[in-house]
Design a binder for this molecule. Structure first.
Ligand SMILES: [Zn+2]
Ligand SMILES: [Zn+2]
Length: 163
């Protein structure tokens, strides 16, 4: 059934990466989510701004929609993606959400959108202390560094503006 996945992948690419997700109804909290980039500030809105849940749709890269899993991906933690620039300063980078698939355990890191619930994002910082060790180990093994309470000032600066 999935023998033609490479062709599909090329097709997705050539059709452009804008709004590959489209509007959707959140499978977790049932809210309607608009993919309008004017609201989210991102072109590939892939999680719900109300509960931050996502869906396991992608297999190789964001937007490919090739995964057969389709499980709920729940936010488990926050991480810091360092700037890939060679001469980046220590604080350069981007705050990211870590999602974990409830069904298969797949981890993914995702950009935070402008209209995401900041209080919920902040709560993930505190939830990190109680993260189950299976998830924690899975993150560590793929190089995802989980942010904790010690990173509060960094995270609040990202969420609520540069001082
Ligand atoms: Zn939701
Ligand atoms: Zn999954």
């Amino acid at each position: 059934m999935r023998t033609s996945f490479i062709t599909q992948r090329t097709y997705t690419r050539s059709s452009g990466l804008k709004n590959t997700f489209g509007d959707f109804t959140c499978m977790h909290c049932c809210n309607f989510v608009s993919a309008d980039a004017a609201l989210s500030g991102v072109h590939n809105r892939n999680h719900c701004p109300y509960c931050l849940a996502s869906r396991h749709l992608d297999l190789f890269e964001a937007g490919d929609r090739l995964s057969a899993c389709k499980g709920a991906m729940l936010p488990v933690a926050l991480t810091w993606k360092r700037s890939p620039k060679k001469y980046a300063r220590p604080g350069d980078g981007e705050l990211m959400l870590v999602h974990r698939c409830r069904d298969c355990g797949r981890l993914s890191i995702n950009r935070i959108a402008a209209d995401d619930d900041n209080a919920l994002i902040l709560s993930l910082l505190h939830a990190a202390a109680n993260l189950d060790c299976q998830t924690f180990d899975a993150c560590t093994s793929v190089g995802i560094q989980i942010l904790g309470r010690a990173d509060t000032s960094l995270v609040t600066r990202c969420l609520f503006g540069q001082n």
